[in-house]
Structures are given as C-alpha cells and as structure tokens.
Write a protein that binds this ligand. Structure first.
Ligand code: UD1
Ligand code: UDP
Length: 364
C-alpha cells in the first residue's frame, strides 16, 4: 500500500507533518514529492527539520514562475514521477498551484486523489486559491473536510452525485498545533530574542496576491500597520513575495519586520501576542486555536465559522476599517476551540485511506 504525497508550499509542510506520522503508524508507505514551489531555507527546510517530516524523495525545484508556467511544469514532472512510483493513491493539501498540479497529474493517470482541506470556498474566483481548490475537489476521489461548512459547500455543488467520498475529519492544523506546542515552548526563544513583552505585541502576516499585487491595497494596509505599531509593537514575519512588492513600490513599514520564522517560533508568537492581523488562511485558524482574535485583511474568508463565532472580522485592505477593528478588538480574548475537531484529523485520514486502499475481499 503506497501513497505519493505532493506538496510544495509552507502551509502544506505544516499540514502534512502530522498526517505523515499517522500514515506511518497505519502501515501505509509514503513517497514525498516536493515541487520546490517554496525554496528558501526558512520557507521550506526549517519545517522539515523542526517538525521531523521525512526528507522528500523528490524535489522538482519548480518555483518563481507565473501561474500557468508553474502549474504546467509541475504537471509534466509529476506525471513522470507518478508513472515511475505507481502509487495506490495521491495525497494533496490545500489550494496552491502544487495542489492543483498534483491532483491533475494523478487524475489523468487514473490514480485516486485524496484532498486534505477539501470543500472550502471563499466565493471569489479572482483568487488563485479558489480556482485551485474547486478544480482539485472535482477531480479527487476522497475529500477530507475540516468543517461541516466545507461539507455543505460540496453538497450544494452537487458532489453527492459524483463518485467521490466526503469525510468530515476536523482540521489537521489543530493536530499540528497540539502536537508541537510543548516542543515549541522548549525550543523557541523568539520572544526573548526580539525583546517582546507577553500580551503586548500584535502579530501580523501579509502575502496574498490580492493584497501584494495591488499598490493601493498594499499602501493602505501598510499605513494601518504603521499606525497600530505606534500604539503596540507590530511583529511582521514577512513573506518574500511581500518584501519584493514593498521594495519595488518604496512603501515604508515601520513595524518590526523580520524574516519568515519557523513553526515553533510562530507558535510562540501566537501564544504571546495580543491579537493577529493577517491575510493568511492558516493563521486565521491558528489565531483562534491560540485564543487570539483575528483581523483578516481580506474581503472574504473561506473560514466563515470564525466570523460567525465572533473570533474574526473581515476588514479588507481599508485602513480605516483595520484601525477601528483594532480599537474594538485589541483586548478581546477567545475562550473556545470547538470549531476544528479534536486534533485527531490525521488519524482519521490515515484510517480512511487504509480502508479505501484495502481490497474488499481482504477486508474483514
Ligand atoms: C503560495 C500560494 C498561496 C499560499 C502561499 C503560502 C499559489 C497560487 N499560492 O503563494 O495560496 O497562501 O503560497 O505561503 O500557489 N518566494 C521566495 N522564496 C520562497 C518562496 C517564494 O523568494 O521560498 C518568492 C517567489 O520567488 C515568488 C513569490 O515569492 O516571486 C511568490 O511565490 P509563489 O510560490 O508563487 O506564491 P506565494 O505567494 O508563496
Ligand atoms: N507560518 C510560519 N512562519 C511564518 C509565517 C507563517 O511558520 O513566518 C505558518 C503559520 O503558522 C501557518 C502557515 O505557516 O501554519 C500558514 O502559511 P501561509 O500563511 O504562508 O499560507 P496560507 O495559510 O495563507 O495558505
């Protein structure tokens, strides 16, 4: 029984970490293929090292290209790998170009695709992530959904009529947060290194295409972050994409800008910040799971249950809205963690895959 896991971007390393461990425990062999989409040491290697993810069996080193070229080149190389490895199934995570290329390469070879973090929708087809996740869901054989909202989205789109199994399993990012919390506490010294006071700083991240590729939105967000920084220090581990755009537009950020950090440092920043400002998908959930309110710098979120629960507010890139949300929510605490399962999503995924891949006549 063999699975090929295809990943390439930072959030996928974090999602795959606990699933890889669960697959091993369930006796399923895993071949890891890194597309190379993320390649800086602190965007890739650091996660494999800290989280003890097995070394990739292949690294395709495809990165820094437009959507079509990146996805196309990945597709071509992944097809070669899959023809050689002949797995029983292919596993993909989330909504990046690596996700879509992996699912498409497998589906065309009639290899069943398992999609982790299936069924999410922002309903904004301008976002590359929305295109990637809708197409990946449609060509997958088994859809692992983190929430009941995700299942409802799929049912609304008619997935009950397709040859697809829908499984609600909770969110693998909760598994990771629970599993690595103690290690992060022991290994990370970021709070001391940066001289931060617990509960007094704001954690921000910014990298989504809809913000970085619009000078107007980027300027407006930078202006809000600078104003907040004058009241409470803003710590901003900056994605290389955003760094490039800020430099080319000469936008000054007065916040405490640092290079992207590893997962352990991120967990400690989440634990000790007062509030999160982000356009990240994953960080919205991690803020909630760390008891922090999240101001989301986007016009839509696929994590709508956070907004409904009063743990997240959408401000888009409007600096006035960001500042007024900051004033309103800067002392708000989140006291529940009920939205994303029990932290056993990886085990459920491994169990389901084993069932799916065991021939019926052998199963008892
Ligand atoms: C990708 C995903 C996005 C996800 C994000 C996670 C797509 C379409 N987008 O966006 O959904 O939220 O990853 O972080 O797949 N770069 C570096 N070093 C790196 C990685 C990237 O310098 O290690 C640079 C690239 O050269 C490129 C830019 O950052 O110029 C964007 O990288 P890319 O992988 O295309 O998209 P992300 O913005 O990272
Ligand atoms: N993350 C990290 N270091 C950073 C920024 C983010 O470890 O400097 C982690 C974060 O905790 C979360 C994941 O990366 O687990 C989110 O990835 P990202 O925001 O890049 O992508 P998205 O979730 O928006 O697709």
């Amino acid at each position: 029984m063999k699975i090929v896991t295809i990943l390439g971007a930072r959030p996928q390393f974090i999602k795959a970490a606990t699933v890889s461990r669960a697959l091993k425990k369930a006796g399923i062999a895993e071949c890891l293929v890194h597309t190379g989409q993320h390649f800086d040491k602190n965007m890739s290697d650091v996660f494999f090292e800290e989280m003890e993810i097995p070394r990739p069996d292949y690294n395709l080193e495809i990165h820094s290209l437009g959507h079509g070229a990146m996805t196309g080149r990945m597709l071509e190389k992944l097809e070669e790998v899959l023809q050689k490895e002949k797995p029983d199934a292919v596993m993909v995570y989330g909504d990046t170009n690596s996700t879509l290329a992996g699912a498409l390469a497998a589906a065309k070879l009639h290899i069943p695709v398992a999609h982790v973090e299936a069924g999410l929708r922002s309903f904004n087809m301008q976002m590359p992530e929305e295109i990637n996740r809708i197409l990946t869901d449609r060509i997958s054989r088994v859809l692992f959904c983190p929430t009941s909202t995700a299942v409802a989205n799929l049912k609304r789109e008619g997935f009950s009529r397709f040859d697809t199994k829908i499984v609600t399993c909770g969110d693998v990012m909760y598994d990771a947060l629970k599993y690595y919390a103690v290690r992060a506490e022991k290994k990370s010294s970021i709070i001391q290194q940066l001289g931060l006071k617990r509960g007094e700083f704001v954690l921000a991240t910014l990298h989504r295409e809809e913000n970085t590729n619009s000078p107007e939105r980027l300027r407006s967000i930078a202006s809000a972050l600078n104003t907040i920084h004058a009241q409470s220090p803003v710590v901003l581990p900056l994605h290389p994409r955003t760094r490039k755009y800020l430099a080319s537009l000469n936008i000054e950020l007065k916040a405490h800008v640092i290079d992207p950090v590893g997962y352990f440092d991120m967990l400690m920043l989440l634990k000790h910040c007062r509030l999160v400002l982000t356009d990240s998908g994953g960080l919205q959930k991690e803020a909630y799971l760390s008891g922090k309110f999240c101001i989301t710098l986007r016009d839509q979120t696929e994590w709508v249950e956070l907004v409904r629960a009063g743990a997240n507010v959408l401000t888009g890139a409007d600096s006035k809205k960001i500042l007024s949300a900051y004033q309103k929510y800067r002392s708000k605490k989140i006291t529940t963690r009920a939205l994303y399962g029990k932290g056993d999503a990886a085990e459920k995924i491994a169990r389901e895959l084993k069932k799916m891949l065991t021939p019926r006549r052998v199963r008892r």
